[in-house]
Design a protein around this ligand. Structure first.
Ligand code: GLN
Length: 496
């Protein structure tokens, strides 16, 4: 048998049910692997081994009771370990958002997606590294140091959920929670060679997810197969009255094709937008993505070109709207309610110093950009204009989804870049997000999964997008692809 840490979520559940191993065995295997690798990778900011062991023991007791009396039923994800991006509140567990301003913050409640996964029986291993307040594409903006990419430690894991992606890729956990405001689940999934779902905006509650850009923020999940990501999604999704933008739309039944089914994608229409195959994209990325689309066609899908003509505006629109919302959301970190307070003679001086010391450079840049865009006299020219163009981007998708069921595109123009390559030039870093931002602006769901490697052996990801509330079709196409291919089964060399 392969190591317990190799198991996918689905395989782990099966083993637990059959009694091949216990949740305590699985949890210890993850903790040992974290112990061995995390000194190098730095995927975790906080470990919760005591909590994990307690929860694993409780899970094993539940399995034992179930074996005695199978009519009791079992929580659906019982006993499987989970890592949580450090932007989700977990009751009693330090939640830093990768920022000094929250270095001592211990929330008194848990985020809804965390609560739901724990209710489903998962075992919490710890909190993972992130760019400060999820602002970034590499984890280099974490106040606690960057995470390394398990495929090549001199490269970034992507961001902002880089810790979650790296820990799943490195087999330190079979599953992790992330958040995606402009690509922060899909891009690190792609850079680390794993799978990630950004659900439809409003599908998963934001309650307890520390706010960055509230009209864009989306809790999401990572795992090593599309099937696993679908399992996590089903548990996280659903109405929550504590988030005013959470929708009460029933979850679609997720029907995944089964092994041996011929033409599993018959009737599925895949759209390919030329706007996502622009100059500057690495040739290996384009090639792998086009090959994956050809594979989908071989599996029975029809492929056609679609137009998303306002794609080029997504980047400037996002970098107005996201900082504008961030500037409002981050006003609460003032040294009174949150954060280590800096001493000063006056209240204003205390605010100024506390925020000056507590926030890093990128966060300050966004607060300033956002404050400017929202200020009197500029509001209409910047924020108001951006909102109008956002509507055009959304309409592009609505038109395209009249013709096709999914849109296939690269996740990012390049594979994982080296530390420092973009960190001196914010614009170069923002350009990394060019293909992931539109889905957030339109609120549509996106799924990333691996479709190949470049010449240096770095993973390449594809992104599938679908109409609002159609995560089911993303999972169907992704799973059919993974039944036919083996890219998602490749472990990073660090692991061998
Ligand atoms: N890289 C983007 C940003 O810095 C997206 C981050 C995210 O999705 N949280 O805003």
């Amino acid at each position: 048998m392969s190591a317990l840490t190799d198991l996918t979520l689905r395989a782990a559940l099966q083993g637990l049910r059959q009694g091949a191993f216990s949740s305590c065995d699985l949890t210890e295997a993850c903790l040992e692997r974290i112990e061995r690798l995390d000194g190098t990778l730095h995927a975790f900011l906080t470990l919760t081994p005591e909590l994990a062991r307690q929860q694993a023991q409780a899970a094993d007791q539940q399995y034992a009771a179930w074996r005695q009396d199978p009519s009791r039923g079992l929580p659906p994800l019982l006993g499987v370990p989970l890592a949580v991006k450090d932007v989700f509140c977990v009751s009693g567990v330090r939640t830093t958002c990768g920022s000094h301003i929250l270095e001592n913050f211990v929330p008194p409640y848990s985020a809804t997606p965390v609560e739901r996964l724990l209710e489903a029986g998962m075992v919490m291993l710890g909190k993972t590294n992130t760019d400060e307040f999820a602002m970034g594409s590499s984890t280099e903006n974490s106040a606690y140091g960057a995470t390394r990419n398990p495929w090549q430690p001199e490269r970034v894991p992507g961001g902002s959920s880089g810790g979650s992606a790296a820990c799943v890729a490195a087999r330190m956990a079979p599953a992790a929670l992330g958040s995606d405001t402009g690509g922060s689940v899909r891009q690190p999934a792609s850079f680390c060679g794993i799978c990630g779902i950004k659900p439809t905006y409003g599908r998963v509650s934001r309650y307890g997810l520390v706010a960055y850009g509230s009209s864009l923020d989306c809790p999401g999940a990572f795992a090593r197969s599309v099937e696993d990501v679908a399992l996590l999604f089903e548990r996280m999704a659903g109405f929550d009255r504590r988030d005013a933008t959470c929708v009460d739309v029933p979850l679609p039944e997720i029907h995944l094709p089964s092994e041996g089914e011929s033409s599993p994608l018959r009737g599925v229409r895949v759209g390919v937008p030329q706007e996502y195959f622009i100059q500057g994209i690495q040739p290996a990325v384009e090639q792998a993505v086009r090959q994956a689309i050809a594979e989908m066609e071989r599996l029975g899908a029809s492929v056609e070109a679609v137009a998303l003509p306002h794609t080029a505006y997504a980047l400037p629109v996002y970098y107005l709207i996201a900082p504008a919302e961030a500037s409002a959301n981050l006003a609460r970190y003032d040294g009174v309610r949150f954060g280590p307070r800096q001493p000063a003679d006056t209240l204003w001086e205390m605010f100024r110093r506390t925020r000056g010391v507590g926030f890093g450079a990128e966060v300050k840049r966004r607060i300033m950009l956002g404050t400017y865009a929202l200020s009197a006299g500029y509001y209409d020219a910047y924020y108001g204009q951006a909102q109008k163009v956002r509507t055009l981007i959304k309409q592009d998708f609505e038109c395209a989804f009249e013709k096709v069921d999914v849109i296939a595109a690269p996740v990012a123009p390049s594979t994982a870049f080296r530390f420092g390559e973009h960190s001196e030039d914010p614009l170069a870093m923002y350009l990394e997000d060019v293909f992931t931002l539109p889905a957030n602006l339109a609120g549509v769901p996106g799924l990333a999964f691996p479709v190949g490697f470049d010449a240096q052996g770095l993973p390449i990801g594809i992104q599938l997008m679908a109409a609002h509330y159609r995560e089911d079709i993303l999972f169907r196409v992704g799973h059919a692809y993974q039944l036919a291919t083996e890219w998602h089964l490749q472990p990073p060399p660090l692991y061998v």
